[in-house]
Write a protein that binds this ligand. Structure first.
Ligand code: ADP
Ligand code: MG
Length: 238
């Protein structure tokens, strides 16, 4: 990976020699230890590895939610580690979509409103936001359910709302942590396929943490975490 220029904007997302340390009693835990990873627009990488190996830490760092102790996080050609907190918030809003295991939807809002509230935070016009929300909910297969609230939707449908919501800001990178952990096999399969489709259609750089190696062939490459260290991504056969 060293021949790749991490500041090139065709590389939507790069981590360069990233180390993340947490205090741990008298010592420290290295949640990430010299991690290098570059993901290009339209590319989807699976991240696998045992519990506690640093997968969520990698996603949180790539999402700029956590600042690395050392190293660079480059999003769409911008070095996030050089930004002040306020600029970082803007970068995150404009460039990064985050999808965690639990959709974290607001109980009182319809699917459409879950999407509108994100755009409202970005200060966009309501008319444009409505059109966009409707288009995205159609794309994830929830057009007819746009007026439903979370309790009226299945777990798989709630995760679809979550995915549509993450796409509202036209992100360059999509960071997905165990999106199928709460779903049965068939729903898990359709959610991973949807993420693949979204990666292609919107040309986002996607990193998906998964414990289910069955879904790895739907992605372009797989990288393994162990004790905070990341193996070089291996291209999948499919
Ligand atoms: P995974 O997602 O692969 O299960 P994590 O990234 O959650 O792994 O954790 C990696 C290591 O970092 C673990 O040793 C964990 O205990 C530690 N860790 C994660 N988050 C924190 C935190 N906020 N404070 C202290 N240690 C943490
Ligand atoms: Mg985790």
């Amino acid at each position: 990976m060293t021949s790749i220029d991490p500041t090139s904007t065709t590389n939507a997302l790069s981590l360069v020699n990233v180390t993340l340390e947490y205090p741990d009693g008298d010592g420290i835990v290295k949640a990430l230890d010299g991690v290098d990873l570059t993901v290009q627009a339209g590319e989807m990488v699976s991240l696998v590895g045992p519990s506690g190996s640093g997968k969520s830490s990698l996603l949180a760092t790539a999402a700029t939610l956590v600042r690395p102790t050392h190293g660079l996080v480059i999003v769409d050609g911008v070095d996030a580690t050089g930004l002040a907190d306020k600029e970082l918030t803007t970068l995150r809003r404009e460039k990064i979509g985050i999808i965690f295991q639990q959709p974290n939807l607001l109980a009182s809002l319809t699917a459409t409103e879950q999407l509108l509230i994100v755009d409202h935070l970005r200060g966009k016009s309501l008319k444009a936001a409505r059109a966009k929300a409707s288009e995205l909910l159609d794309m994830v297969g929830l057009g007819p359910d746009a007026g439903k609230r979370p309790h009226q939707l299945s777990g798989g449908q709630r995760q679809r709302v979550n995915i549509a919501r993450a796409l509202m800001g036209d992100p360059k990178a999509l960071l997905v942590d165990e999106p199928t952990a709460a779903l049965d096999h068939d729903r898990s399969d359709s959610i991973v396929r949807l993420l693949r489709e979204v990666t292609d259609e919107f040309q986002v750089a996607t990193i998906m943490v998964t414990h289910d190696t069955e879904f790895v062939p739907l992605t372009d490459a797989v990288a393994t975490m162990r004790d905070g260290r990341l193996s070089a991504p291996v291209l999948t056969a499919a």
